[in-house]
Design a protein around this ligand. Sequence first.
Ligand SMILES: Cc1ncc(COP(=O)(O)O)c(C=O)c1O
Length: 413
Amino acid sequence: MTTPWEYRYAQRTQRMASSAIRELLKLTALPDMISFAGGLPAPDVFPVAEFQEACTRVLQTSGAEALQYGATEGYFPLREMIARHTARYGIQITPNNVLLTSGSQQALDLLGKIFINPGDRILVESPTYLGALQAWNAYGAEYVPVPIDDYGMIPEALEEALRVGPKFIYVLPNFQNPSGVTLSLERRYKLVELAEAHGVPIIEDDPYGQLRYEGDHLPSIVVLDDQLHNSHDGQYRGNVIYLSTFSKILAPGIRLAWVIAPPQVIDKLVQAKQGADLHTATFNQIVAYEVARGGFLDQHIRTIRRVYGERRDVMLKALDQHFPSSVLWTHPEGGLFLWGTLPDWMDAQEIFHEAIQRKVAFVPGQSFFPHGEVKNCFRLNFSNATPENIRLGISRLGDLLYEMIETPQKIMA
Ligand SMILES: Cc1ncc(COP(=O)(O)O)c(C=O)c1O
């Protein structure tokens, strides 16, 4: 049945589509399914008791403030805490450089709202975070994909892509979603240098940077850029907009994240955010501040690293044991995902449908490519399933892949 609204949608809705992954995730929620599909944190590490205590304390001591409207920029003590935390990495920053948002997903949308005109070219890693593509499609973005290898964006390809005059570069330097790869130190310097030479700013999306399980921490792009553009007035005024989130280090359900940017950009984002939701839920911000302060966040991140690091190891070992040698996968040093590549002739989407029948799920990789050009890749999440289920799920998937590779016609029939 049609409604009077049917023909009244704005042009920008033409490129809006429900995320392919969200549709797939509905299938993966069936009972007994072992799912490596979502990007979900492990529910068993959520600090439920700490949240419960903090909620009670906040309502007792500052209930009226927590239930009232708040500043669009966010709860000031939390902005101060983020500024202090960020300064530990050697960057000059004040709370004026910080905006709290309702998840990094909102930050991506607000950035699209203030920067992207229809037809603007945005340089992205290929593959990249699907949620950014989805947010920016609505603003008419065109994507210039830059291929990645095990060390992130390939500098020669980046240099070539910069010639088209993109509005900005979007990069996920740490344990990238979906591939799990990390931009090497050398390439980080090169990225900052090339961006500077071409006068193109960078959006750095870093939800996973603190979840490293091996190797040394690498400086963020915003830190390297600050070394180049230090304003000497204590504020960051450089070429990078940095995003991070509490979703993977506390809980995604509180929808709380932050943007670090030059103060002028923060002001513009504040105007855009006022039109979107006035401000992020005051209660959530104050409770998150109460939970995070006093060293709990650092301690909790250590717990998460231990649990996820073990799950990553279990998955890598199971892949070695159960997957055919013609399938390749990345070795992430942190984060939540690894990325598999099947032989060229295979389509991960078809395997997905067969895998669902066998009660194991993953995400076919095609939607992570801005032009949907690659079909033989897939993403596996290792944070959400227990080690036992990781072993079982990977062995089910391995059996299916052996069958598909050895006798494809049998399965496809
Ligand atoms: C790269 C990237 N950016 C942004 C987000 C969105 O995070 P949030 O929960 O803060 O909206 C995610 C979530 O998985 C992500 O992987």
